[in-house]
Design a protein around this ligand. Structure first.
Ligand SMILES: [Fe+2]
Length: 471
């Protein structure tokens, strides 16, 4: 059987395309349907099944639209419930596909319906297992994501221990493990950047598969240090159980070309948010539409949209490079932001040609920042990295104001003061600077290259701060 891994970097997500003798199956598809339809067409194959390893929390999956377009059967594991029609698979259920077969293995723990899919060839060999969020490379799925149930994290971790020991670790050692996520996803805490591995190697290197590990140790280690999931996760779970606006309708509205005057009128409406998705350089050098937030698609776009745009129904219009408009609208929809209403036709050139005002943040080099800091010339030098990053090392005299909690803590910001903002390398600081400016801070300057560039200078740094203070 042909098994192709389809990696999507901005979500660190892996979908799978499986084909054998004219029949195809898709596992964990993203929201957009056309790529899978095209893959099957290229093989002259019919998509027979759409398998889901679980209800995803970190993206909106495309099973409903894909089933509508192809007539394929949607399959979830036991305990799944949804608003649309699907087949509730049972543990050990076999789904014939071309010359081979796919077997559902119920592997609860990450969620209770979580299932893995074992690929069996015509000759009976089992070269691959698709483990969803049960087993990752270097990690296992976190046992608490947006699950509303009577089960505790420890209960779920206990199920995960049993699933791994009884269903996955008993498979042949040379089987290839194909997970649903890699490094960068919030579905685990210690994932490798590798996207597949043999089970044998995972047994040697993955902390959660240690042979001598007791269930109690497993529960303790897997639940330790779990961060609160991003705020959009419960919304995406809800959408994945529902029938949503079709992806075609979402994209057709999202890619509407808006001339500068129309864009301006819309941007001034209270219920509309403008997001500038261009490169850091274009945003900084050319300026932006007043009130716009910067969230560039060259960085971790979807997770930051999900973290910062608190209303998933938020009406959004955006600024993008003309050749990236479709991509940007698609990326919004992948995390459930379906209310995109169009983009600025002709970009900032058209905006300026129409004689409209624009906003521009200041920009300074790391050396200029260090010099001004030494002279005490800056009112509010601000580090927007996470508190853990700040605590491990930061420049002397700089305050911490993490981007993650910018909305919750915004009342601490004095809009009359001048802010000089840096992060690790210059992406998060621009997001923070743009939100500062959109919320009335008149004087905001970004430090180009962030902390990495600052470390190249001789400005004094503070090492790890002990969380306990002594008086
Ligand atoms: Fe997940």
């Amino acid at each position: 059987m042909k098994v192709e891994q389809i990696f999507t970097g901005c979500l660190a997500e892996m979908a799978y395309y499986i084909e054998s003798n004219g029949e195809a199956a898709i596992v964990d598809p993203l929201r957009e349907t056309q790529p899978y339809i095209d893959m099957a067409a290229a093989d002259n194959a019919t998509i027979k099944y759409i398998f889901l390893t679980h209800f995803h929390a970190d993206f909106v999956s495309g099973q409903y639209d894909l089933a509508q377009k192809t007539g394929a059967k949607i399959v979830f594991g036991p305990n799944a419930t949804a608003e649309y029609d699907f087949h509730v698979g049972t543990d050990g259920e076999v789904f014939p596909l071309g010359d081979g077969k796919i077997t559902l293995l119920h592997t609860p723990g990450h969620t209770m319906e979580s299932s893995s899919y074992l690929i069996t060839e015509k000759d009976g060999s089992t070269p691959y297992v698709l483990t969803g969020d049960c087993l990752f490379i270097g990690d296992v799925g976190r046992p608490d994501l947006a699950v509303k149930s009577d089960l505790t994290q420890a209960d779920l971790a206990g199920h995960l221990f049993d699933s791994l020991r009884n269903k996955i670790m008993t498979l042949p050692d040379d089987i290839i493990v194909y997970p649903n996520h890699g490094a960068g996803s919030a579905c685990g805490k210690n994932m490798s950047s590798e996207t597949f591995d043999t089970l044998e190697n995972q047994k040697k290197t993955n902390y959660a598969l240690r042979a001598d590990m007791t269930k109690e140790e497993f529960i303790q280690e897997v639940t330790a240090g779990l961060k609160t999931p991003p705020q959009y996760f419960p919304n995406n779970v809800r959408m994945n159980k529902s029938i949503n606006t079709s992806i075609d309708d979402v994209l057709s509205a999202g890619t509407t070309a808006l001339d500068a005057v129309t864009f301006k009128e819309m941007s001034e409406q209270k219920d509309v948010l403008v997001i500038d998705t261009r490169s850091k350089e274009d945003y900084t050098e050319q300026g932006t539409v007043p009130g716009a937030w910067f969230i560039g698609i060259d960085g971790s776009f979807a997770p930051w949209v999900g973290a910062l745009v608190t209303n998933i129904q938020q009406k959004i219009i955006f600024i993008a490079d003309e050749d990236k408009v479709q991509e940007v609208a698609t990326r919004f929809s992948r995390v459930g932001y379906d209310n995109t209403a169009g983009y600025l036709k002709g970009g900032m050139d058209a905006w300026k040609k129409a004689g409209l005002d624009f906003d521009k943040i200041g920009s300074m080099s790391a050396q200029e920042f260090g010099d001004a800091l030494a002279k005490g010339e800056m009112e509010k030098p601000t580090d927007v990295r996470k508190d853990t990053e700040y605590r491990s090392e930061h420049a002397v005299g700089v305050d911490n104001f993490p981007l993650d909690t910018i909305h919750a803590n915004f009342s601490e910001i004095d809009t009359n003061k001048a802010y000089y903002v840096h992060c690790a390398s210059g992406y998060r600081s621009l997001i923070a600077a743009s939100i500062f400016m959109a919320n009335g801070v008149k004087n905001v300057t970004d430090v180009r290259g962030g902390f990495k560039a600052m470390q190249e200078t001789d400005m004094p740094m503070t090492d790890f701060i002990c969380p306990t203070t002594f008086s």
